[in-house]
Write a protein that binds this ligand. Structure first.
Ligand code: AMP
Length: 129
C-alpha cells in the first residue's frame, strides 16, 4: 500500500535524508521525540515489520544499526533507542531516537525543530555515516 513514505522514496515530497542505498532510506522524523530522531525504511512497501521476509528483516536491522552508530556519534546522548510502531504510517519503519531520558521514548515527548535545524541535523548525521 502506498503511503506518505512511498512519496518520500519517489521524491514526490521532501525529506531530510540521512542515508540511502538501493533498498533502504533513513530520514529525520518530521515531528521528533528528540533531536536526531531518525526513521529507517525499506523502499519496498510492507505494512508490518514481521511480515518482512527473513532477509529483508535482517537487512533492515543491519541498515538501522549502521545509522544508529553514526547517529550516536553525531548527536550527544546516553544511547540510541529503537522502536517499531506503525500505527500512523503503515510502511515499515524503525524509529532511532537519541535518548537522554525515558520520556523521549513515549511519543508524547516532542521537540520543536525548524526546517533549517532539521536540514542541518540531517547533514550532520550523514557526515558520520
Ligand atoms: P508510527 O506509524 O506510529 O510509527 O509513526 C509514524 C512516524 O512518522 C511519526 O513519528 C511521524 O512524525 C512520522 N512522519 C509522518 N510523516 C512524516 C514525513 N512526511 N516525514 C518524516 N516523518 C514523518
Amino acid at each position: 500500500m502506498a503511503t506518505i513514505f512511498t512519496k518520500i522514496i519517489q521524491g514526490e515530497i521532501p525529506a531530510h535524508k540521512v542515508a540511502e542505498n538501493d533498498n533502504f532510506l533513513a530520514f529525520l522524523d518530521i515531528n521528533p521525540n528528540a533531536k536526531g530522531h531518525t526513521l529507517c525504511i525499506p523502499k519496498v512497501a510492507t505494512d508490518k515489520l514481521f511480515d518482512l521476509d527473513e532477509a529483508a528483516y535482517q537487512d533492515l536491522m543491519a541498515f538501522s544499526r549502521t545509522v544508529a552508530i553514526g547517529l550516536k556519534e553525531a548527536v550527544p546522548c546516553k544511547r540510541v533507542g529503537m522502536a517499531v510502531i506503525g500505527l500512523e504510517v503503515p510502511h515499515v519503519h524503525v524509529h532511532l531516537i537519541p535518548l537522554n531520558d525515558m520520556s523521549e521514548m513515549t511519543f508524547n515527548h516532542k521537540v520543536n525543530m525548524t526546517q533549517e535545524e532539521l536540514a542541518f541535523t540531517a547533514r550532520h548525521i550523514a557526515s558520520y555515516l
